[in-house]
Design a protein. Structure first.
Length: 360
């Protein structure tokens, strides 16, 4: 076990991953079992992304039930962020020994007597905590250990801030934005409460051109497609889950059609705690740009109507006749009729031939 004088520097110095760090933290206390966990006082469920020394069953029991009856968690809100503390300082030990939390989990399962911890980040009802359960009931030892957590707190806060910035500026996200810009597809990252965090150049251009979405002065993203707006509200909540991407076809102010796709991204536990969920809003024009610039030519040369041009361009963009029918609010059979007329005027007999002609 690391002894008190050297323990803080041992934990602060050098580089290691979160698991190695927790293993080292656990070793600073007798029978130490360490965890990084966060709590929302509005929810009975705790989130424990990293542990050392705890069994899977102990973590599951804590997360699903015993976190909600843990007498220390509500009291942490009265302790300044960054100040190390041990259990007896914020809740009387004689009362702890009578509690369900102590008898059925802390002592009964984890074989520990108290916990030492520190709130690293706190916002609204949520708190992110580093804590270690220990079999030590020695007030002097535990008080000294709490002091080490006070020394650790600012270093952990800087690490969390780095993770937060790294997630926002990650090379893979930058590369994705550049790739989608190159093909004229808009990308907007939306976080908790519908706040637009980032968007690429194509998204900005599409919003200016008529895509039915706008960003309010406070940063909130508003979608005029009611169904997509409801899905976005759900996906950007902390309870939102997604089994497959949400896709819809919407009409912009410019009367052109757009495909909108909503995908909830997977974030690490720290980023999700700090920023909440992140949803990618992908905007695809259902009109091929080079083709749209040749509308007049096509109407004069091939005698296509405006409706036929719109349908032909959508098919050339890779959309199916059923998708075109949904976007134009017409029946599938009507689209097929238009396609037969288009084929006749252009002298082709298939969608492949249509695309080959229009893309020349």
């Amino acid at each position: 076990m690391l002894q008190s004088k050297d323990a803080s520097s041992e934990l602060i110095d050098g580089e290691c991953n979160w698991q190695d760090f927790l293993d080292r933290v656990a070793q600073t206390s007798p029978n130490g079992k360490a965890a990084l966990h966060y709590h929302d006082l509005a929810s009975p469920v705790a989130h424990v992304p990293y542990v050392s020394g705890f069994s899977r069953n102990e973590v599951d029991q804590f997360s699903s039930h015993f976190a909600s009856v843990n007498p220390w968690i509500p009291r942490l809100s009265f302790v300044p962020v960054g100040q190390g503390v041990w259990g007896d300082e914020i809740f009387p030990r004689e009362d702890l020994l009578k509690s369900e939390f102590y008898n059925d989990w802390l002592k009964g399962q984890a074989q520990c007597e108290t916990s030492i911890g520190v709130s690293i980040i706190r916002e609204e009802t949520r708190t992110f905590v580093l804590s270690t359960c220990t079999s030590s009931a020695d007030p002097d030892f535990n008080k000294e250990a709490a002091g080490r957590y006070t020394l650790l707190a600012p270093h952990l806060k800087r690490a969390f801030d780095f993770i937060r910035k790294r997630d926002l500026l990650a090379p893979e996200r930058q590369n994705t934005q550049t790739l989608l810009d190159s093909i004229g597809v808009g990308l907007i990252y939306v976080s908790e409460q519908g706040r637009a965090r980032q968007w690429n150049k194509s998204a900005e251009a599409l919003m200016e051109a008529g895509f039915p979405v706008h960003v309010l002065p406070g940063g909130e993203l508003r979608l005029q497609c009611e169904k997509s707006a409801v899905v976005l509200d759900f996906l950007t909540s902390r309870k939102g889950v997604q089994t497959k991407p949400h896709t819809a076809v919407v009409k912009g102010r410019d009367k052109d059609n757009y495909r909108i796709t909503l995908v909830r991204l997977q974030s690490d536990a720290f980023t999700e705690f700090l920023e909440g969920p992140t949803v990618a809003v992908i905007i695809e024009p259902m009109m091929v740009t080079p083709f749209s610039e040749r509308r007049d030519f096509l109407m004069q040369t091939y005698k296509l109507t405006a409706t036929e041009i719109r349908i032909a361009s959508s098919i050339a963009s890779g959309h199916s006749p059923k998708e075109v029918a949904i976007a134009d609010h017409i029946s599938y059979e009507t689209v097929r009729t238009h396609l037969r007329n288009i084929y006749s005027k252009l002298g082709v007999n298939s969608q492949v031939g249509l695309v080959a002609l229009l893309m020349r």
